[in-house]
Design a protein around this ligand. Structure first.
Ligand code: GLN
Length: 290
């Protein structure tokens, strides 16, 4: 039955029973790292297991699941949506097509935020457009004395973020549905506001490529050449910041200058931009003294 099933899927291989054999077959179809992650997911094992159990035979059920995932990956579905998870910073997050897949470059935003938050003193932090909760939950987990509020407009995203907070035993975070600042009290006096808002221009051809094709538009793209949300957040943040409070935003590869200008126009001082590991200015921030 297994051979028959596998033969139906591939004309070139007629027996794919062991870990090594299914991997060799899949390496011809998708990236090796993707194939390994998908097989690890099916077998619920780590990479070391695949290496040390190369001759272990798959059950026909697991083989069929793996073939299906490889086929979906061949059609472009992101690995994170196929496995339902993605590592970010030092934590594992559940993801679904309702949320953006956390990116390595966003770790710069978290690192910078953590550098601004003293370990022991309580701080009020706001994460706007939290999605899976990756940013807010990671900050909350690393700063137990802080109190984090995380907002998203999507109720499906809120469900995922709440699930992640619970799974990671992070209690110092409140995850609420809202349209940016709309459901928050003015005078909330946050010490730090962070956000990775949608910043891709609506007509950017990258939206039709790779993982972005499968991610929610709501989390990715916005009007005004990708600056509409950043503009709104920078203009509205002062009413929600404590005196001397910081705003920290992730933005597109060519938006640092525009962000700096918007921060300056809206009364922020000590404005700066930071480069990600690819050498691209990716995060900009400043402090507000009202
Ligand atoms: N960094 C993402 C990308 O261009 C976009 C994320 C976002 O819009 N916040 O792939």
């Amino acid at each position: 039955m297994l051979n028959q099933l596998l033969c139906n899927q591939t004309s070139t291989v007629d027996s794919l029973a062991t870990v090594q054999q299914v991997l060799d077959w899949s390496y011809r179809k998708i990236e090796r790292i993707d194939a390994r992650l998908l097989l690890q997911h099916v077998l619920q094992v780590n990479h070391a297991f695949l290496i040390t159990h190369a001759e272990t035979r798959l059950t026909s059920e697991n083989a069929a699941r793996f073939l299906k995932l490889v086929s979906q990956r061949e059609h472009g579905v992101p690995v994170a949506y196929l496995t339902g998870k993605r590592e970010f910073y030092d934590l594992g997050f559940k993801v679904s097509p309702a949320v953006l897949i956390p990116r390595p470059e966003t770790e710069l935003l978290v690192e910078t935020a953590l550098a601004h938050i003293p370990e022991s003193r309580p701080r009020k932090i706001l994460d706007l457009g939290t999605g899976s909760g990756a940013i807010g939950i990671t900050i909350a987990r690393h700063r137990p004395a802080a109190c984090v509020t995380a907002v998203d407009i999507s109720i499906d995203a809120i469900d995922i973020a709440r699930w992640n907070a619970q799974k990671l035993s992070v209690n110092n975070i409140h995850i609420v549905q809202g349209d940016w600042f709309d459901t928050l009290d003015t005078g909330a006096a946050f010490d730090l506001i962070v956000s990775n808002p949608p910043y891709v221009a609506e007509n950017d051809p990258h939206l039709q490529q790779g993982d972005l094709r499968f991610e929610p538009d709501l989390a990715l793209s916005t009007q005004d050449n990708g600056l509409a949300c950043i503009r709104h957040i920078i203009a509205t943040a002062p009413a929600y910041l404590a005196d001397g409070g910081e705003l920290l935003l992730e933005h597109g590869y060519d938006q640092a200058a525009a962000c700096q200008q918007l921060l300056q126009m809206n009364g922020f001082r000590k404005i700066y931009s930071l480069k990600d590991l690819a050498g691209i200015e990716r995060v900009s921030g400043g402090s507000y003294c009202g």
